[in-house]
Design a protein around this ligand. Structure first.
Ligand code: 3HC
Length: 295
């Protein structure tokens, strides 16, 4: 398939990343099928796209007409077969668990058009292992967006063992057509490039606080004002979802060893379901709209 042939992008999963990727695709002019497993989840994703487009228009990043046109290009589905109908590229953005993703691919291969290319937005899991449960491992790769997709320029394009060069070229072209800068990752080692660097940073920040060496606010002010990152480490964990970072760490710990042992502070937040911005509370409280209070 050539880039010119791509008209419809199916995004499976309407959560934090899924709705953002669907929005990016719609803004780039693609027809989008947004799918989640029940009406509430898919509606919530659709509403978030609407909110985000409104925010972008309010800040003059896009025009009102552009926002309306992008929203018009998004069709919401619960039925998987309907969502995959006519899809040229299928972007899988379901929870970061190998078993869940494999189950989804089992169903996807039954209904996806024969020519469709499959990409996964996994943050760390093996592209090769996922590709091998499909009927098209050579037309399968990682396409990893960053949170929030509509504001972050980078996309990691990750090759699995079986991925063809044509597929990597196509997906890099697709990312560029969405206004993103793709970076090719030659091998799907856990965490690829960004999370291999960023998630240990969040983990180490948590270990510093866990050990009582410094407060969370002190750590965040060093990462934000001393290291040049746009957010403090804890702010960033709240932005991406503490559960997301934690699951990436668990996987890196399992595959790469002790250096990636997750700090219990992260596990406690996950246990309490204080996952960050998406639940209103994480390391900081967002319910009153204040967000982080970093000195
Ligand atoms: N759509 C539209 N608007 C949004 C938005 C979205 N999805 N998310 C936030 N905004 C709005 C906010 O509501 C706020 O609006 P307000 O001013 O009316 O309250 C506004 O954007 C803030 O944007 P600004 O440009 O004024 O602020 P910043 O300059 O701080 O930029 C940022 C915001 C781009 C998010 C910046 O803080 C940033 O780059 N943060 C780092 C994010 C990052 O590193 N992400 C990658 C994480 S790693 C990852 O995702 C991988 C995964 O696998 C774990």
């Amino acid at each position: 398939m050539q880039l010119e042939d791509v008209q419809r992008v199916a995004v499976l999963g309407a959560g934090n990343m899924g709705h953002g990727i669907a929005e990016v695709a719609a803004l780039a002019g693609y027809d989008v099928s947004l799918r989640d497993i029940n009406d509430e989840l898919v509606q919530n994703g659709y509403d978030q796209i609407e909110w985000s487009l409104g925010k972008l228009a309010e800040k003059d990043r896009i025009g009102d007409d552009e926002a309306d046109a992008a929203l018009d290009r998004v069709d919401a589905f619960v039925d998987l077969e309907d969502a995959l109908d006519g899809a040229d590229v299928v972007v899988e953005v379901v929870p970061e668990k190998m078993a869940i993703k494999k189950d989804v691919y089992d169903e996807v291969v039954e209904h996806a058009p024969d020519e469709a290319v499959f990409v996964t937005n996994t943050s760390s899991l093996s592209i090769t292992e996922l590709s091998e449960v499909t009927d098209r491992p050579e037309r399968f790769c990682g396409m990893h967006f960053f949170n929030p997709p509509v504001r972050m320029d980078l996309v990691e394009v990750i090759s699995g063992k079986h991925t063809s060069d044509e597929t990597l070229d196509l997906i890099e072209g697709l990312a560029e057509s969405m206004g993103k800068t793709p970076v090719r990752v030659r091998k799907d080692s856990p965490g690829f490039i960004v999370n291999r660097i960023l998630v240990p940073l969040m983990n180490e920040a948590a270990w510093i606080v866990e050990s009582g060496d410094a407060t969370m606010e002190a750590v965040d002010s060093t990462t934000k004002f001393g290291m040049g990152l746009p957010m403090g480490s804890f702010e960033l964990a709240d932005q991406v979802g503490i559960d997301v970072g934690y699951h990436v760490l668990e996987y890196m710990y399992e595959v790469l060893g002790d250096a990636y042992r997750p700090c219990p502070l992260l596990g406690e937040k996950v246990e309490a379901e204080d996952l960050g911005k998406k639940t209103g509370t994480g390391f900081y409280d967002y319910e009153d709209g204040d967000g982080a209070q970093i000195p």
